[in-house]
Write a protein that binds this ligand. Structure first.
Ligand SMILES: NC(=O)c1ccc[n+]([C@@H]2O[C@H](COP(=O)([O-])OP(=O)(O)OC[C@H]3O[C@@H](n4cnc5c(N)ncnc54)[C@H](OP(=O)(O)O)[C@@H]3O)[C@@H](O)[C@H]2O)c1
Length: 250
């Protein structure tokens, strides 16, 4: 069977779990060489080992400009350049009005907006002509959900960043797009500091909004990542693929 990403080198930020990990598995299956990053050394090493031989894991907190420069140097030294950059790393820290902490809001924006932007800036010199760059936004970049003001604003800002970078990079033959998932079963929810009962209540509230009546699975996002990574998406520019079980459409 033909592999759509043969001879391509991909870098996936936030590739240690969830959507990034599933995208790494899917790109490997399509013949790519894959680099995953994360912020935690143990998790990066463990995920890279689990993904197998065609993967390397590098630690690079996405809001740390000097770590990103080192990442670009490493990519150049090992692979020469990148064909695919999936800037996917992000956090979700809900807080309703009255509970928004200024430092935490600034940190969430730094990780979810400035981080991916700095990632593309640092890696721009190693992006090959014809490279595909894409971000993970969220369907909340256009929906109003209580408690999600900072997170949703971060994803709306990232959606905007993608449009600007698409315009800036198109003449260099580099395409920029985004994937906007709805709720997807990943470890992101276990990082919210909620009890199991609170998590279950939140999950039921979320599912009530989804016409397909369930959370998505990371593999159901990974297919879109392979599509954007491949030449099959060659006429897509500055666009967003929404995968949210119909939430923002029906
Ligand atoms: N799950 C959903 O329902 C959903 C919906 C819409 C959008 N998204 C977006 O999808 C993306 C992936 O999330 P996920 O659900 O797959 O969650 P996840 O399993 O928690 O994965 C998040 C990944 O991002 C990495 N990461 C977090 N902060 C980082 C930082 N400062 N620097 C570098 N890496 C960092 C984590 O690495 P470590 O292991 O090292 O911490 C991990 O690999 C995020 O941008 C999220 O906002 C998720």
């Amino acid at each position: 069977m033909t592999q759509t990403l043969s001879n391509k080198t991909a870098l996936i930020t936030g590739g240690t779990s969830g959507i990034g990990y599933a995208a790494a598995e899917a790109m490997l299956a399509e013949g790519a060489r894959v680099i995953i990053t994360g912020q935690n050394g143990d998790r990066v090493r463990e995920a890279a080992a689990r993904l197998g031989a065609n993967v390397i894991g590098l630690v690079a907190p996405s809001q740390d400009a000097s770590a990103l420069t080192r990442l670009a140097d490493d990519v150049r030294a090992r692979f020469g350049g990148l064909d695919i950059l999936f800037a996917n790393a992000g956090v979700t820290w809900p807080a309703p009005l009255g509970q928004i902490d200024a430092d935490q809001a600034a940190q969430q924006l730094a990780i979810n907006v400035t981080g991916p932007l700095l990632t593309v800036q640092a890696l721009r010199p190693v992006l090959n002509t014809g490279a595909s760059v894409f971000f993970t936004t969220s369907n909340l970049d256009r929906l109003g959900m209580p408690g999600m003001a900072v997170y949703s604003a971060s994803k709306a800002a990232l959606r905007s960043v993608a449009r600007t970078l698409a315009a800036e990079l198109k003449d260099a033959g580099i395409r920029v797009n985004t994937i906007a998932p709805g709720p997807v079963e990943t470890p992101i929810y276990s990082k919210l500091g909620m009890s199991e009962a609170e998590l279950n209540e939140m999950a039921s509230g979320v599912v009530a909004n989804v016409p397909l009546g369930r959370f998505g699975k990371p593999e159901e996002i990974a297919g879109a990542a392979v599509f954007l990574a491949s030449d099959a998406s060659s006429f897509m520019l500055g666009e967003e693929i929404t995968i949210d079980g119909g939430w923002s459409t029906l």
